[in-house]
Design a protein around this ligand. Sequence first.
Ligand code: SF4
Length: 283
Amino acid sequence: MIADISQAPCAASPKRWSCTLPEHISPSAAKSYLGCSLKFYFERVACIRKNTPVALHVGKAVHAALQVFHLARWRAGDDSPGAVAAAYEKSFTDLETDEGPVNYDDEAEREKARVDGLRVVAAYLDSPEAMKGKPRAVEVLLKENIPGLSVPLTGAMDLVEGNFTPVDFKSAAAKPDPGNAAFDHEIQLVSYQLLMEIATGQVPPSLDLVFLVKTKTPQVIRVSSPPANEHRKRRVIALLETAVQGIARACYHPQPAMQCSWCQYKNECMAWLPARQLERRAA
Ligand code: SF4
């Protein structure tokens, strides 16, 4: 039996995850697993639901609004600020219903979050980074076999520009450090390059992140990094394969680090013992 781990958390039933190769691997699943395998287990295997963090909720609504804008550019549809703002408002409300409660303290926090996201969307549309021409592709999902990886690689690119540059949008609370940003997102950026090269035969001229920064005056900052050489590709394929093999062996354990400060699974983590995991695997 094989497991699907690249879809939204809990798209697969827990039984499908035990001691099998996953059907495929996505950069986000690999990054999640490598960041903390036990948190990955709680989110994607045990499917323990938590309230959505406010920043994640706003980021998803902003992402949906930008998607509407880019699709309108692609299809020569309505890409006006009003249409994009309406898409943001709809997504902000729909996500609250579709993905469960958001971790607001009160209505005032909800309203502030809503307005902050709207201001970020407006800042993007006003910025030089807003797509001017027709994109090559929007929200493109690719799935390819990659030499050295034992399952297919999948990836969903937010935007592919006319010159084959993949662009991923990130909501951020603070201005990014360009060197760290490219390193932090290496698995995702290089995975996109690997997928693009196999799907189109083209080497992207750069791998780009566009940060939408929710500062008092919102900022839109593009971080471009050069395409990966063979060394970087091999390194990322090895990281992806490490995640695949760890998932296949059901290897889940705490990895205490800075991320624990904002982890929602501390109670479950504190209850973890290796023996309990072995029991679960034997069941
Ligand atoms: S508290 Fe830390 S170690 Fe425990 S599951 Fe969360 S991120 Fe992992």
